[in-house]
Design a binder for this molecule. Structure first.
Ligand SMILES: NC(=O)C1=CN([C@@H]2O[C@H](COP(=O)(O)OP(=O)(O)OC[C@H]3O[C@@H](n4cnc5c(N)ncnc54)[C@H](O)[C@@H]3O)[C@@H](O)[C@H]2O)C=CC1
Ligand SMILES: O=C(O)CCC(=O)C(=O)O
Length: 446
């Protein structure tokens, strides 16, 4: 480790003991930003990075609700408002039993860089709860969302903080959250994104993270004078990001071999086509079933408790959750000839896996660049809400393509190594940092 990084990380570790995911995200950023800051005294003297790792505000609250048996349940709610120097806080809500302050701080920290990369005026935040939606009735989900918003509404607003979905929070939950916000405040505004189109959502927002990921992969391949046609693709996850990444891969003529959930993965050697994907969407979004049901229906293999990374592929897209792809997985991918790894999820590759990809010159796209399409279209939803207007599908999709291409360009600019290799991780970190740092400098010591 570069000697100038150590003292910084020691201080951050001491202040944030017991927050491994947050420290992992900060370390990853510090390793590329600190050598850059060393050449920019204005950022160093103003302690920009030291300020960026300290959230502007964290709200933690009780979320009591009544389950279907009439029993009182208590969960914990959070909102981490990380940085508002380039716009109001913006970032998703995660409902999952693994949610902790550390997880949400890592996500909020990443979000600051990601939102900056989109070029849109959005600061960074993230929130959620340790509530587990799995196995809950619709009524229980609604009760929980209403209780959650009964506290959160004081801290959010269309010019203050605009939450959206993430793991466990989709169109249904956004609907219940919005309904309660409207009921308490008596206002109909763009306080949340990811709304249904009929009441203020943007076309293409459901597709945006997955489509944007594939637009980014196409840009990476274009530099290598290559395309997605005929490529073998591994996808983990089967939720929002995974589904629409798969859809765009299929449209581009790639072969999607796997999808997964927390119980294991399915391997379909002939490829998941659009019809099979429609089945997965219905299975996951409406039936709330398990991915193994796909294997029964389409007579292919299901691997319980396993991740898909040992299947031979050209491209790997980890689209489920943090740290789902470790060094052993990275080594198998490399051995099997995988040439491109792009993160649809946030921080799905461990630091050791990322180092192995760099070493093997695998094209590696970090989540803060590759999955920025979701929040970018959320930003476009905010613009449409402010205008009291809805744009057509093609217009939003074209803007998404342009934004992903611009992000790719920023990564190339800041990540180009002397040997010609593009270090997208370094490029995304520096590119995301500069805009926020300049805004912080302009706004004084706040
Ligand atoms: N929804 C969005 O617009 C964006 C999501 N992301 C990230 O993408 C990832 C997936 O999010 P969504 O698709 O929105 O969530 P989702 O709730 O729609 O789907 C999550 C998927 O991950 C799987 N999963 C969750 N925990 C797992 C575990 N421990 N092991 C294996 N699989 C697991 C679930 O089974 C499900 O298939 C997350 O890392 C999220 O932060 C990033 C940018 C935007
Ligand atoms: O659309 C948004 O505001 C949230 C997206 C998000 O949470 C993410 O980019 O990780």
């Amino acid at each position: 480790m570069n000697e100038s990084i150590r003292p910084f990380l020691e201080k951050v570790s001491a202040r944030n003991a017991g927050e491994p995911e947050f420290l992992q995200a900060v370390t990853e950023v510090a390793e590329s930003i600190i050598p850059y800051i060393e050449t920019q005294s204005k950022y160093k003297n103003s302690k920009i990075l030291e300020r960026m790792v300290e959230p502007e505000r964290v709200v933690i609250f009780r979320v009591p609700w009544l389950d279907d048996n009439g029993e009182v349940q208590v969960n914990r709610g959070f909102r981490v408002q990380m940085n508002s120097s380039i716009g109001p806080y913006k970032g998703g809500l995660r409902f999952h039993p693994t949610v902790t302050l550390s997880v949400l701080k890592f996500l909020a920290f990443e979000q600051v860089f990601k939102n900056s990369l989109t070029g849109l005026p959005m600061g960074g935040g993230k929130g959620g709860s340790d509530f587990d939606p799995k196995g809950k009735s619709d009524n229980e989900i609604m009760k929980f969302c209403q209780s959650f918003m009964t506290e959160l509404y004081r801290h959010v607003g269309d010019d203050i903080d605009i939450p959206a979905g993430d793991i466990g929070v989709g169109k249904r939950e956004i609907g219940y959250l919005f309904g309660q916000y409207k009921r308490i405040t008596g206002t109909f505004n763009g306080v949340l994104t990811g709304k249904a189109f009929e009441w203020g959502g943007s076309l293409i927002r459901p597709e945006a993270t997955g489509y944007g990921l594939i637009y980014f992969v196409e840009e990476m391949l274009k530099v290598q004078e290559d395309t997605l046609l005929g490529k073998r693709v591994l996808i983990s996850g089967s939720g929002n990001v995974a589904q629409f990444a798969a859809e765009k891969c299929i449209e581009k003529g790639a072969k999607v071999l796997t999808m997964s959930d927390s119980e294991g993965f399915i391997y379909d050697p002939v490829g998941i086509d659009q019809e099979k994907l429609e089945y997965i969407k219905d299975l996951k979004d409406n039936q709330r079933g398990r991915i193994k049901e796909y294997a029964q229906r389409y007579s292919c293999e299901f691997f319980p408790g396993e991740k898909p990374w040992r299947i031979k592929c050209d491209i790997a897209l980890p689209n489920a959750t943090q740290n789902e792809l470790d060094i052993a997985d990275a080594e198998i991918l490399i051995q099997n000839g995988c040439t491109c790894v792009a993160e649809g999820a946030n921080m799905p590759c461990t630091p050791e896996a990322v180092a192995a990809f760099h070493q093997a010159k695998v094209l590696y796209a970090p989540g803060k660049a590759a999955n920025a399409g979701g929040v970018a279209v959320s930003g476009l939803e905010m613009s449409q809400n402010s205008q009291r207007y809805s744009w057509g599908r093609t217009k939003v999709d074209n803007k998404l393509k342009d934004i992903m291409s611009d992000i790719h360009h920023i990564c190339m600019k800041h990540g180009h190594e002397k040997d010609g290799h593009i270090n997208y991780e370094k490029g995304a970190n520096i590119g995301g940092f500069v805009k926020v740092a300049e805004a912080m400098l302009s706004q004084g010591i706040v």
